[in-house]
Write a protein that binds this ligand. Structure first.
Ligand code: NAP
Length: 314
């Protein structure tokens, strides 16, 4: 199959492109930078240079490639996110999710593509009611100002993709990535915060987080290229967990000291991340995509990725 990957050079794109090529697909990877084309070519794909915020350029790239399937893995997340500047730091990603998604969908339709698969997040469920969310449950519209625009842009992305008449639209709500090239990888920014005792458990640490190894997320995307009814799928592991449970295990896997405990957070950002956030269930993806993560739990995944166990996921 001919597949274009927008976001071919990002954390998930770098895992996905070689998997698609090895599975026998003809892959075109999109980047803004000529300097990154060799990375894409080295992974067994053809590279095309275009900025998705330039509607004409992305349409020209898509018409030239004529892909059957379009994969949207576009974000613009800084390597280190400053919580105090969260709204500003996510503004470029929000723009990509709104404007970039619209340009990509329009270009896919112009090029006669059949299916689009777009990256969303499993961390955007409204923090009310049950702790583990299925896809039918509502997202967090009208969130506090610090992340309102981020969640609204996610909702906008999903509506644009799912509302695209003439395309089989699949939205993959990935859990928190860990593994190589992510903020939780050995050299990632969150690993550094944990080593420096700057990632505390605040209050009860009751918020549930869903994780997914970045290679398991890429494998789910590979499956969704050729399987699955249009719709939304949570791509998370089997063990959504309270931050008070997973963070000490992550710190131990890094060889770092126990995370410090601090009083309950007062900011909206801290309250959501530490006390309110919901986890997600992967049962729909297991049932309808026939996919299951190789790392069923972050417990084995952290240990394998950070070097304390063998690595079956590589
Ligand atoms: N679910 C999750 O937990 C999740 C999801 C996504 C990211 N993250 C985290 O965020 C951090 C950064 O992610 P990342 O490495 O994927 O990098 P990123 O800087 O967010 O970039 C992702 C991709 O988007 C492409 N891109 C951005 N703007 C574009 C534009 N205007 N036109 C065309 N392409 C554009 C980039 O391509 P070029 O630069 O080649 O143009 C790159 O391939 C990592 O720690 C990652 O783990 C987490």
């Amino acid at each position: 199959m001919k597949i274009i990957v927008a976001g071919a050079t990002g954390a998930i794109g770098r895992q996905l492109v070689p998997m698609l090529a090895e599975a026998g697909h003809k892959v075109v990877g999109l980047t803004r930078s000529k300097s990154k084309t060799s990375v894409i070519e080295g992974a067994g794909a053809e590279a095309v240079v275009a900025d998705v915020l330039d509607a004409e350029a992305v349409e020209a790239a898509m018409r030239a490639a004529e892909p059957e399937v379009v994969v949207h893995e576009l974000t613009a997340i800084p390597p280190v996110v400053n919580p105090r500047r969260f709204a500003e730091e996510f503004a470029p990603t929000n723009r990509l999710r709104r404007e970039g998604t619209r340009n990509l969908v329009a270009a896919a339709l112009a090029a006669g593509s059949r299916r689009i698969i777009a990256q969303s997040i499993a961390q955007a469920y409204a923090p009310v009611g049950n702790w583990i969310k299925a896809e039918r449950e509502p997202l967090y519209g009208g969130a506090p100002p610090v992340f309102r625009d981020t969640f609204d842009a996610v909702i906008d992305l999903e509506a644009t993709v799912l509302g695209a008449n003439g395309l089989e639209s699949i939205v993959l709500r990935y859990g928190n990535f860990y593994g190589p090239g992510t903020a939780y990888g050995r050299d990632g920014s969150n690993a550094e915060l944990v080593r420096r005792q700057m990632f505390p458990i605040a209050g009860e640490g009751s918020a549930r987080w869903s994780f997914i190894h970045v290679r398991d997320a890429a494998r789910a995307t590979l499956v969704a290229v050729s399987r699955g009814e249009p719709g939304v799928y949570n791509i998370v592991d089997d063990e959504p967990a309270a931050i008070a449970d997973w963070l000490p295990v992550y710190a131990a896997a890094l060889g770092a000291a126990e995370p410090p405990r601090t009083p309950a957070p007062r900011s909206a950002y801290g309250t959501y991340g530490m006390l309110l956030a919901r986890g997600a269930s992967n049962s729909k993806a297991k049932r309808l995509l026939g996919w299951a993560p190789r790392y069923a739990s972050w417990r084995g995944g952290f240990a394998a990725d950070l070097g304390l166990a063998s690595n079956p996921g590589s």
